[in-house]
Design a protein around this ligand. Structure first.
Ligand SMILES: [Zn+2]
Length: 433
């Protein structure tokens, strides 16, 4: 994996040092920015590439490993990560390692606080085997979902379990530098408020409702933030921790794929104020030629239909955004579904129209990708009672499937986006350890 590194040295009037890393996983591009304030106003750029970022998270392990030893240790760690409760013998048998090799690596991982014993298993004749698991709280990652008026900040442990969450209002940001300044202040408040140890922080994932350029260094358009053609560098440089920036719906899909890793390809649709989504192939987002893959909200479901924010008519977003069943009616989404349950006829008519157009888009997506479809976003938490009807409506538009059981509801209806943003650094840690 080739990593590209940028180092920025910025001399100002204070003795401080910080480091930022922007990670673009699809291209395996890592960008480092070092900021040094040494007393003079000068800026230097140093740009170079190297083949492997070694040792980033290894400082707590006792011995600097050779690459081969690191790979062995990483295989053992990943095995325990994926099979919690496994025994030493299972590891040795599955990975074809000798018991002394397994024993030595486990000692190092245990001493580094990365693996722990989680009980004893059933005896198969001899001594009862120790059950091993990773120490999920050895590190944590932060994910941030950005909307036009709020930052939703979450901290997740190595199992992507939520350990802290807070929503912060913010004024309109005219550019990425302003956003970075607000975000940096709220992030520090968040870490302090929940007493989170910065030494355990792997990085900060930031999910924006935006379309990026091909190398993801620039926001091409973010209509809901009212921003266009903005470099993300000022945002990254505002945060004194490793930073990753990505699209919000892709983040949501990434989190869902993590908990449901049972298919090669998955389409994720986020039903919120905007309707977006992502296509994930083996956990990797397919972004398309222009970074616009998964913009399901602008599939035409009704030619010459309702006006969409994009300027066209008949888009899925015009029919299935949460605004249609809340803001446009002057009520909350909760009130809409309460009214629906109470038998409000106007709501029932509107909801039937919502489901009909959603089914049309789902059938189209299935026809194109022939994959599982996960419905996420804020509205998805209310869809359980309507899933059978939605599957039926979709199947009636699908000549190849009578049940449409490929449609399922998300695992994280509320915090998928910030969790997915946090997941970038968790995966990086597990893969690079
Ligand atoms: Zn549209």
């Amino acid at each position: 994996m080739i990593l590209q590194v940028y180092i920025t040295v910025n001399h100002q009037n204070q003795q401080k040092q910080s480091r930022n890393i922007a990670i673009y996983p699809q291209k395996f591009l890592i960008r480092l920015t070092f900021l040094l304030w040494l007393g003079k106003m000068k800026v230097f750029y140093i740009d170079f590439t190297f083949k492997k970022l070694k040792g980033l998270y290894m400082k707590k392990l006792s011995l600097p490993p050779t690459e081969r030893r690191r790979l062995t240790r990483n295989q053992i760690y990943q095995y325990i990560y994926k099979a919690p409760g496994c025994s030493k013998q299972e590891i040795a048998d599955s990975l074809n390692f000798s018991m002394p090799t397994v024993h030595q690596n486990l000692n190092e991982l245990t001493q580094a606080g990365l693996v722990r014993i989680d009980g004893v298993g059933e005896s198969t004749g001899g001594r009862r085997p120790l059950q091993l698991t990773i120490n999920e709280n050895a590190h944590f990652s932060v994910g941030i979902s950005v909307t036009d008026d709020h930052f939703r900040i979450i901290a997740a442990n190595l199992r992507l379990d939520e350990i802290a969450y807070q929503k912060y209002p913010h004024p309109h940001c005219n550019n990425m530098k302003e956003m970075g300044n607000f975000l940096a202040a709220d992030l520090e408040n968040f870490l302090n408020r929940f007493g989170l140890n910065r030494e355990k922080l792997l990085g900060v994932g930031i999910a924006l409702p935006a379309i990026f350029n091909a190398d993801r260094t620039c926001v091409v358009a973010a209509p809901t933030l009212n921003l266009r053609d903005q470099s993300i560098r000022p945002l990254i440089c505002s945060i004194p921790y490793p930073v990753s920036v990505c699209n919000d719906a892709t983040s949501g899909g990434y989190a869902e794929w993590y908990v449901q890793q049972d298919s090669d390809c998955m389409a994720y649709i986020s039903l919120e104020g905007g309707v977006g989504g992502a296509i994930l192939m083996n956990g990797v987002p397919y972004t398309g030629l222009n970074g616009r893959s998964g913009e399901f909200g602008h599939i035409c479901v009704q030619p010459e239909g309702l006006s969409c924010k994009c300027g066209l008519r008949g888009c899925l977003e015009a029919y299935c955004s949460s605004d249609r069943i809340s803001t446009d009616l002057g009520i909350s989404v909760e009130q809409f579904f309460a009214g629906l349950e109470a038998g409000n006829l106007a709501y029932q008519t509107l909801w039937k129209d919502y489901l009909r157009h959603l089914a049309s888009a789902l059938a189209t997506i299935r026809m194109v990708f022939d994959c599982r479809i996960v419905l996420g976003g804020y509205v998805a938490q209310y869809l359980t009672p309507f899933l059978k009807e939605l599957r039926g409506l979709t199947a009636s538009r699908d000549p190849f499937d009578e049940e449409a059981e490929y449609i399922s509801l998300c695992h994280y209806p509320k915090h998928a986006v910030p969790l997915g943003a946090a997941l970038h650094f968790i995966n990086l840690f597990v893969e690079e350890l």
